[in-house]
Each structure stands twice: as C-alpha cells, then as structure tokens.
Design a protein. Structure first.
Length: 291
C-alpha cells in the first residue's frame, strides 16, 4: 500500500539496502531448491570447464581468464565450483552437489522456475514502487555457500562488475532460500556507502591478453567496524544498491546458505558498458522485468 512505501524507500535511499522479510513463501523457496537439485543431477561438467570460483583478484583472473567458460556464461546456465574440491586431474574430491559454489548467469531466462520468480507480480510491483520505468534483468545466480567450505566474498560493489553510465542504475535482488545467519555467512553492509561512486572496475581485457578480464583501479581498505550483519530468514529479500559496499564471511557452520540473486538495470537513459564482462547477446538481449 502507498502508506508503507515511503519509509521503506527512504531507508533504501539512506542505507543503500533494504531488508524485506518473508517476501517469498517457504513453498516458493523450496521450489527453487528442488529445481536446483534437478539441474545439478543433470549437470555434466566437461573437465576443461571446471572453473573454480574465487573472489580474490589474482585467482579470479587466473580461474576466469584461463577459459572463456565464465566470460561466455551470461546467456547460459553454467556451473562454478569451490576451491579445493577438485584434484589436479579435475575430478571431484567430494560429491558434486556439495562442491558447487554457484550457477550462473541466465537462470532467469532459461529455467521456468527461476524465470517465474524473477518476473513474479510482487517483484514487478516492487520495481514500480521503486520508480523503475524500464527495468531489464541483466544476470542471475544461484549461490550455495556450502557448509564448511563456502568461501568468503570480499568487500565489493556490484557496479564494479556491472558498470553503467550514469551510475546508480543497478539494483540487486537477493533472496534467502534458507535462513542466513552470522554463522553460515549472511551478508554484511556498510550503510550509506552507496553515495561515493566506485573505485574499481572489472573489464574485458584486450584481445590477445593472457586473461579474459582485468581490474582497473583498486578496492579501498574498508574498516571492518563499519560493516553491519544482515541476518535474514528464509524467504526474505534484500534489495542491494549497485554501489553499496557489502561482503559475506566464510561459512564455517554445518548448514548451507542457499540464495537466489538477480540484477536489474534501469534501462531508461542508461548505457551499459561495452567493457563489462557480461554482454547482452543476440540469443539473449536483456529481458524486461515487466511482463
């Protein structure tokens, strides 16, 4: 209703994030989790594609640059793995469903369950409340945060990876499919950190370079004390401004922390950087959020 809209919007603009508990039902969460189990059961991973996902810059460059598996995943459903789950021959040391870090980046386009969630009426209504006129979906990811090995995600801004001109046109929707706690790796944010631009960009490297992507600029050293944790229950949604600084810690607990996340761009008056790793393709132009 109109009445509850303004304090929420005020909070989002002030903090750069907004927590909406119980946005999705337990049934909706479970349908996504079951669907992902089916996707993994059918997964055949060519050994040369067994890219390990890492957030550390050098490893990111090495892992993602060593093959174009990552770079060409924008319009596909592809699999990325945690560190240390493969032997030197590329064989799994633990069951594949426990070794996977994330699935990206086009679940929203090619999987019926995730497509329905992404374009659900309540998401579209929220987009309208936020004043989005021509929102398009640029990417989606299913993130596992496996027990014991779910790696940390170092402090970053999403606009580092999804750059637009002007800035301020990227919005993340992060859905907890299980309770996210401080123990199992919930998100942490620096409130208000979305107001001072970005200092680092990941760009496509010049053709012929040894890696596919490179970083321009550097991430400042953030003060750990500035971060606040945002634990959230299953079904909760966190809206994430493209420039707010956030992170998550290693999951050292015995429970996973599954999440489905997708990013939306306000396309009206916005240009998508040609240097972004992710580019729309003839097969998959960025679909409108509104159906």
């Amino acid at each position: 209703s109109g009445g509850e809209q303004s304090p929420h919007l005020f909070q989002f603009h002030r903090d750069g994030f907004l927590v909406l508990e119980q946005f999705f039902s337990a049934e909706e969460c479970d349908s996504m989790r079951s669907q992902v189990q089916r996707i993994i059961a059918d997964m055949e991973v060519p050994p040369h594609c067994r890219t390990e996902f890492s957030t550390r810059e050098e490893e990111q460059l090495q892992a993602q640059g060593s093959s174009d598996y990552f770079l060409t995943s924008g319009d596909k459903i592809r699999f990325f793995f945690e560190k240390g789950v493969l032997d030197e021959k590329g064989n799994f040391l633990i069951p594949k469903e426990k070794s996977i870090s994330k699935i990206g980046h086009a679940l929203h386009a090619y999987d019926p369950v995730f497509k329905q969630i992404t374009h659900s009426p309540k998401v579209q209504e929220l987009g309208r409340k936020l004043g989005l006129e021509r929102p398009v979906v640029v990417q989606s990811m299913y993130i596992f945060k496996q027990p014991g090995i779910g790696g940390e995600v170092t402090p970053h801004q999403d606009a580092t990876f999804l750059h637009t001109e002007p800035l301020g046109r990227i919005l993340g929707f992060w859905i907890a499919l299980e309770d996210a706690t401080q123990e199992n790796g919930c998100l942490w944010f620096i409130p208000g950190s979305h107001t001072s631009g970005i200092t680092r960009r990941m760009v496509r490297a010049a053709s012929g370079a040894s890696t596919c992507v490179e970083f321009v600029g550097s991430e400042p050293a953030y003060d750990d004390n500035q971060f606040i944790p945002l634990p959230i229950s299953k079904g909760g949604l966190i809206l994430i401004h493209g420039e707010v600084v956030h992170k998550s810690e290693l999951n050292s607990s015995e429970s996973s922390r599954h999440a489905f996340t997708f990013h939306v761009m306000e396309a009206k008056g916005t240009s998508w950087s040609k240097e972004n790793w992710l580019q729309p393709t003839p097969e998959l132009p960025f679909p409108s959020l509104y159906t």
